[in-house]
Write a protein that binds this ligand. Sequence first.
Ligand code: SF4
Length: 482
Amino acid sequence: MSGIANAEVEIRDRRLKSIISFQGKASELQEYSEQLKKPDKDRCFSQCSDCAQGCAATVCYNVRGAAVVVHSPMGCFANTPQIHEQIKNSAAGRGVEAFKAQIICGNISEKETIYGGLKKLREAIETAQERFHPSAVFIQSSCAAGIVGDDIESLADEMAQELGIPIIPVFCEGFKSKIWSSGFDAAYHGLLRKVVRKPEKKQEDLVNIFNFLGSDTFTPILKKLGLRPNYLVPLADIDTIARMSEAACSTQICETLGTYIVDVLEKEYGVPKIHAPAPYGIDWTDQWYREVARVTGRSEMAEQLIRDEHERIRPELEELKKDLSGKKVYIYAGDSYAHNMASLVTDLGMEICGITTLHHDMRTDGKDVKKSTLNEMIRVAGDVENFTVCNKQPYEVIKLIRRTSPDFMIVRHMNMTILGGKLGIPCLLEGEINISAGYDGLLLMGRRIRDLLKAKGILSTLKEYNTFPYTDWWMEQEEEYI
Ligand code: SF4
């Protein structure tokens, strides 16, 4: 039975041998990855973690016209309200109509965790149907539903028949995986099984771009090759998602986000995946253009385009490098997302004094480990001496950053900007990575960093007035790894 025939996709811990702790050099982690061997030492204490539901939500909550039933206790649903603003802002940046996320929490209680929650789930789906008239309903599972063993798959099939719309189970129970990115795969797996159809016709100029909410920067990037982006999944409707199999090829803004679905699309529907890192930094953008051009039969156009683009950006890039060269940067982001950032700052002449990724996939779906973004990062940026994997453990993070004294940080999540501010370090919040793609994305990144560094003064003042609960003795201790 192929993977897509199974109700659930195997979690990353087993499928990709993913890890959440490592301290060493980037090259050492690459060696472990090539051997698919876990590092010898592991964290002996964990202060916090996150849940796969969050990553599943970044896919499911943002599908235009669909509803989501979160089959969980109310506590699992706590981070939902900000989503409407995010959709509104992203829709504006992409020039499309905004919409409201349509989400219901089934509010499983003690009774359902003992006797089963299918009755409550059915009621929640019926309420979603009555209230929103959705084009599809996602069911996000939870620890409570998983532990009691609710047969969500059977109920989904039954109700899909009754309501005449796809009902899509997403098995993203937090207890199953230490890697919260498993939630992306769970959501994609549900879409691949219940929504994506065989192609009726091929759209030869259409490129699937798997991304988060974000602006429309890939239209100008692809237009140079006479191609157009099919942004997936956030902001797309169910029909667009169903027809992703018609595209000429698939790529992603971050391998951590997209390689599972890109790999299945190639295997199941013959949509070629782009064998190049995402287009961040000059070398990676060159590779990406060449590969997209190759699979769409435009190779000659690509070579001229690359020459012209290098020439076009050179004067401003040289100016930016004069200002930024030698500045020390610490990068704190998801796995491949961080590698993308490292590729960018290298082209701006900066020194990477440390990188922390939130987890690390020892291999990538359907890909040679030597082609991983970690390996590509080492090739363009050189080895990174201070490379760590840490799933946001506060007691570790503060020590990692303080030891390296960066001029600034690039971070993926808002909470890290607050920590950076308290430490007197300016932080570039790279919440939306679309804007940094391509040659123009590199220039924009340079301008943003140059502006950011002007904030150093005010943050130094803030640092003076901030106190942390840690003693000097404690700060000097090494993290305990066993
Ligand atoms: S699904 Fe599990 S891990 Fe996730 S928020 Fe709910 S209880 Fe926590």
